[in-house]
Design a protein around this ligand. Structure first.
Ligand code: HEC
Ligand code: HEC
Ligand code: HEC
Ligand code: HEC
Length: 502
């Protein structure tokens, strides 16, 4: 009950978004200018700016020649519904609209308390706006069989495909964004995939993984540079593994498909089928009714729905030139995880100054084949970024993601003696850096420093050691107040921690 109330309140808050522009509109008609309602912006005084800077770090950004698309600032949080009837099966959709949380545990859509007949009407409307079909893939016939009906060879082939898909899933770290039966989902953006098999059609799944934006333009899901073969493997894994099927013997799912619900489902199918078969008035009116229900329930606040009056501006997709860095950023949705200049997600390290921190060659290699730097649950997925894309990204990062305060040039060419390095190692041991960082051994609270000399700009190391809180104000590394001599010695030591094979 409490849950329901919360959802209604939630919905009211979201509706508020709609009401504000309307109120402003009314005011402007009634002769009150909007400027008189909104208070004048106050001028910041230098003194406060300085205090702010001390607490929040200096926010010095180099102006970017590209427009950042923050995946969290999309105007509609639900997917486009135009072709949803080709994505999800109708039974699933009915149960979803009736009670989203019963189908996906981390559902964000509120329960809207529609009656069965209203839901039928909504589905009739959604079917009426859909394209006649979605592009189909060719699947080997045996893959469509039930596991029990496959021959041994077929079963082995299927398993092999699915096992390869599991490996793709692991490298792609899909589980960072998607919990599966409640496990995972550290980035906290994607739906739980624990019952995916019940929901989606495999042709849709193929297209979605290949080209998420072509279905839902402002999605937060990255477009991986998968080959068709990899997508097929992944689809097989998602369709065959029990991880993505509802748990059969658990009491809860029994409840979901209780006897009378099954009966209802049966009759519902009939009504919908009847209406789509009959070409006369009743069908038209069911579709119209569905449209009215959608309007009354304000589904369009959260969804793009073709043909429904829309008081919110519709987002128009902008085409980026294929090879630009902006395109890579938007396509791979880097900002679902990373912040750039104050915009984006907080899961992964901020990228704003990475050009002054990381070495060019390291970034390039990392983008193509991410390594594990911070062992605690935070890994970057492998997106199969190409050499060419990585090169463009690095060129951009080195030019624009910089902080003038970091003395990158100053120590770039220094060649410390063995003695200086040994002195640095001594400081490193004495200060207890090892409790949080690992070189040959050590803690895992901070990033691994094993190949830090290949990874970080020497000048950055020095800058960081002098005050670790300049770049990350709330970081947990203590500020040791190191003297220049100590900081430089440790810098020299860390510079020498490189990959021996190179
Ligand atoms: C407050 C925002 C909100 C409102 C209002 C809302 N939805 Fe949703 N809806 C969502 C979100 C968000 C999702 C994506 C799944 C999730 O995370 O809950 C979704 C998912 C869906 C889906 C499944 C889409 C898919 O691709 O899997 C359907 C169908 C749907 N909504 C229909 C409706 C209908 C019909 C209405 C109005 C009766 C409605 N929604 C009202 C937010 C909303
Ligand atoms: C950066 C986060 C992120 C990553 C990584 C990610 N996804 Fe998603 N995915 C999403 C979001 C968010 C949605 C829902 C659409 C939206 O709200 O943008 C989604 C939707 C989906 C859906 C549709 C589910 C449904 O019920 O409608 C599938 C299937 C899916 N993702 C599979 C994958 C697979 C497979 C991978 C790994 C190759 C993956 N995702 C990686 C964020 C992510
Ligand atoms: C699903 C979330 C996610 C997405 C999307 C993502 N990253 Fe990352 N990225 C991470 C995580 C987590 C790390 C930290 C890895 C580690 O420490 O082992 C990281 C690390 C990095 C680093 C190294 C940062 C450092 O200081 O160690 C760079 C550079 C980077 N990502 C760039 C990108 C770019 C460019 C994109 C888009 C093309 C992108 N990332 C997309 C999660 C993501
Ligand atoms: C209490 C734990 C802790 C101690 C002690 C500590 N650090 Fe750190 N250090 C961290 C954390 C956490 C970060 C990560 C910031 C981030 O995620 O980018 C970090 C970042 C760094 C970095 C930048 C690495 C990077 O990839 O961003 C360097 C270099 C570094 N520490 C060196 C040292 C040295 C040298 C000492 C000892 C003088 C030390 N740290 C002591 C926790 C610690």
């Amino acid at each position: 009950m409490k849950n329901k109330k919360m959802k209604i309140i939630n919905l009211m808050i979201r509706n508020f978004l709609l009401i504000v522009p309307l109120v402003l509109l009314v005011f402007s008609f009634s002769g009150i200018t909007t400027t008189s309602i909104i208070a004048e912006t106050h001028k910041e005084q230098q003194y406060y700016l300085e205090i702010e800077e001390q607490y929040n770090g200096k926010e010095e950004f180099r102006e970017l020649p590209i427009e950042l698309e923050n995946p969290y600032k999309r105007s509609k949080n639900g997917p486009d519904l135009k072709n949803v009837v080709h994505k999800a099966n109708k039974e699933w959709l009915k149960k979803w609209i009736d009670n989203p949380e019963s189908m996906i545990p981390n559902a964000r859509m509120p329960r809207l308390m529609l009656s069965e007949s209203d839901i039928d009407a909504v589905l009739a409307y959604l079917s009426s706006i859909a394209d006649s079909d979605i592009p189909r893939q060719k699947w080997d016939e045996y893959l469509m069989k039930n596991e029990d009906d496959m021959t041994d060879d077929e079963y082995d082939n299927m398993s092999e495909l699915s096992d390869k898909g599991k490996a793709v899933w692991g490298r792609a770290r899909c589980n960072l964004c998607h919990p599966v039966k409640g496990k995972g989902g550290a980035v906290d953006v994607g739906p739980d995939l624990g019952r995916l098999v019940e929901k989606v059609n495999r042709d849709w799944l193929f297209l979605w993984i290949k080209e998420p934006k072509s279905y839902f333009h402002s999605t937060q899901m990255p477009r991986y540079r998968f080959s068709d073969q990899e997508v097929r493997q992944l689809v097989e894994f998602l369709m065959q593994s029990y991880d993505f099927k509802p748990e059969e013997d658990d009491g809860e799912s029994d409840q979901d498909v209780s006897g009378d619900e099954l009966e209802n489902v049966g009759t519902e199918v009939e009504t919908v089928e009847k209406t789509s078969v009959s070409s006369l008035l009743p069908e038209g009116s069911l579709i119209e009714k569905g449209k009215r229900i959608i309007e009354l329930n304000r589904c369009f606040i959260c969804h793009n729905i073709e043909g429904v009056s829309d008081l919110l501006p519709i987002e128009v997709a902008k085409d980026e030139p294929e090879e630009s860095f902006a395109n890579l950023l938007n396509d791979v949705r880097c900002m679902t995880c990373h912040t750039i200049q104050g915009e984006g997600g907080l899961f992964a390290p901020e990228l704003t100054h990475e050009g002054s921190k990381l070495k060019r060659e390291w970034i390039k290699g990392f983008l193509q084949k991410p390594d594990i730097i911070r062992p605690l649950l935070k890994q970057m997925p492998k997106f199969n970024i190409t050499e060419d894309e990585a090169e463009k990204a690095v060129t951009f990062i080195e030019e624009y993601f910089i902080n003038e305060d970091i003395p990158v040039e100053k120590y770039a060419d220094s060649k410390p003696s063995e003695e200086e390095i040994a002195k640095g190692k001594e400081f490193y041991d004495v200060k207890g850096c090892r409790s949080c960082h690992a070189i040959s051994e050590g803690g895992i609270v901070g990033p691994t420093l094993k190949r830090v000399g290949d990874r970080l700009e020497n000048g950055f190391i020095f800058y960081h050691l002098k005050n670790p809180h300049l770049e990350i104000p709330d970081g947990i590394e203590p500020n040791y107040q190191l003297s220049d001599e100590e900081a430089l010695a440790i810098t020299h030591y860390l510079m020498s921690c490189k990959d021996a094979e190179k």
